[in-house]
Write a protein that binds this ligand. Structure first.
Ligand SMILES: [Zn+2]
Length: 402
């Protein structure tokens, strides 16, 4: 090659940089803030990280789409189908993203492209916010491979599951299957509240326990089973009953609550506290062959009291004696609860908010009812000041089926 036609790499980069738009990290930050304020994801900027996988995993800008420069041409159309959309690219220092911006503009027909000057290094040095994703180990990549293969979960969803904290109220018929599958799915922290010990009559449906554990506290039995199933999961056992004194402290640190309570006092108390702390509750209850399920998302859908404003008087509450239940029924309903909890954690699908799902096991029929938030609800209603409300215990009420 003759020296007159060849250029050094540095010269090429210099030429490219002179013909593309380069913007300062502060301007990128402003554009991102504008995007978040407007909530207009379609017209707003698409932020593309063109670095290698290991660089991206070590830290990236919030909301960045990862398209390594080596895959730019083959993947950009999937990431940004609209060629009129504003695209801002960045790399570590601003050179690779400048070249990528040039390619997008000159060869792929993207109209509004910019490269962030100084790249991720300058962004971080300025003290701007960045995301440091949890890195899955090789063993975790194997364990969760069937999650990683579905795009709705993927690495990002699995990381959310590992970072998630779910509180299970009850390690009985509903809590047992829910806890097992949430643990298998890799929910990183499972709190379990139950003051009971394993009884032989439980084993017909409470599958997290076993014959050798009869007489052991349920929270301890559940902890052992989960430890053997998945070492990624930290179990926090609370061998106690939810009461007005401990409920706020118990739920505060958790992202999602799975209500497997077998009695009205606990349900009402949990509801009132969860609305106050704005925690989503995945609720289910069972009796005989009938189950029901819904998600209470405070102020976005109804709460338990929107459906049932006051506890039933003691003489109308279901019998104080043991009620019969088909063993698989709590299994089915508990797994539906786990499904809702996972959707809430990964932010995918349609949670069962404002929808009450009824299941009848003998005919195998599902029925869905619409349920609405009640503006006059004694707990989540428009005029209720929950912060100054004292929580009540409803100890006089008898337990329903468990
Ligand atoms: Zn309500």
């Amino acid at each position: 090659m003759s020296p007159t036609t060849s250029r050094s790499g540095q010269q090429l980069i210099k030429e490219v940089r002179s013909r593309i738009e380069e913007i300062d990290p502060s301007a990128v930050k402003e554009e991102l803030e504008l995007r978040d304020r407007n909530g207009n994801a379609e017209k707003a900027i698409a932020l593309i990280d063109v670095r290698e996988q290991h660089e991206y995993e070590a830290g990236h800008l919030p909301g960045a789409i990862h398209v390594p420069r080596g895959h730019l041409e083959s993947r950009i159309e999937n990431a940004v189908p609209d060629r009129e959309r504003r695209v801002v690219l960045y790399c570590a220092t601003g050179q690779r993203s400048a070249l990528a911006a040039d390619t997008l503009k000159q060869q792929l027909g993207y109209e509004d492209v910019a490269s962030m000057n100084g790249g991720f290094v300058l962004w971080r040095d300025r003290g701007y916010e960045f995301v440091q994703p949890r890195i899955l180990t090789d063993v975790q990549k194997q364990r969760y491979s069937r999650h990683l293969l579905i795009p709705e979960v993927g690495i990002e969803g699995q990381q959310k599951l590992l970072d998630a904290k779910v509180l299970l109220v009850g390690a009985g018929g509903l809590g047992s299957p829910a806890a097992l599958y949430l643990a298998a799915a890799g929910v990183g922290t499972l709190g379990i509240v139950d003051d009971d010990v394993v009884d032989l009559t439980n084993l017909q449906r409470q599958v997290i326990h076993n014959s050798e554990r009869v007489g052991e506290p349920k929270v301890e039995s559940a902890r052992k089973t989960i430890a053997a199933l998945n070492p990624d999961v930290e179990v926090k056992p609370y061998q106690t009953r939810l009461n007005a004194d401990n409920v706020l402290d118990l739920i505060r640190d958790y992202d999602v609550i799975v209500d497997g309570a077998d009695n009205f006092p606990t349900r009402y108390l949990l509801n009132d506290a969860a609305v106050r702390e704005r925690k989503p509750v995945v609720h289910a209850s069972i009796l005989g062959f009938d189950g029901q399920l819904t998600v209470f998302l405070p102020y976005e859908g109804p709460c338990y009291r929107c459906l049932y404003p006051q506890p039933p008087p003691a003489d109308l509450a279901p019998s104080c004696g043991a009620n019969g239940v088909l063993g698989v029924l709590p299994g089915i309903m508990g797994l539906l609860q786990a499904n809702e909890a996972i959707k809430l954690i990964i932010g995918k699908g349609e949670p069962l908010v404002g929808r009450l799902l009824l299941f009848e096991a003998l005919s195998t029929q599902f029925t869905e009812l619409k349920v609405r938030r009640d503006a006059a609800c004694p707990v989540c209603g428009d005029d209720v000041d929950l912060a100054s409300t004292e929580f009540e215990d409803y100890e006089a009420l008898c337990a329903a089926a468990g």
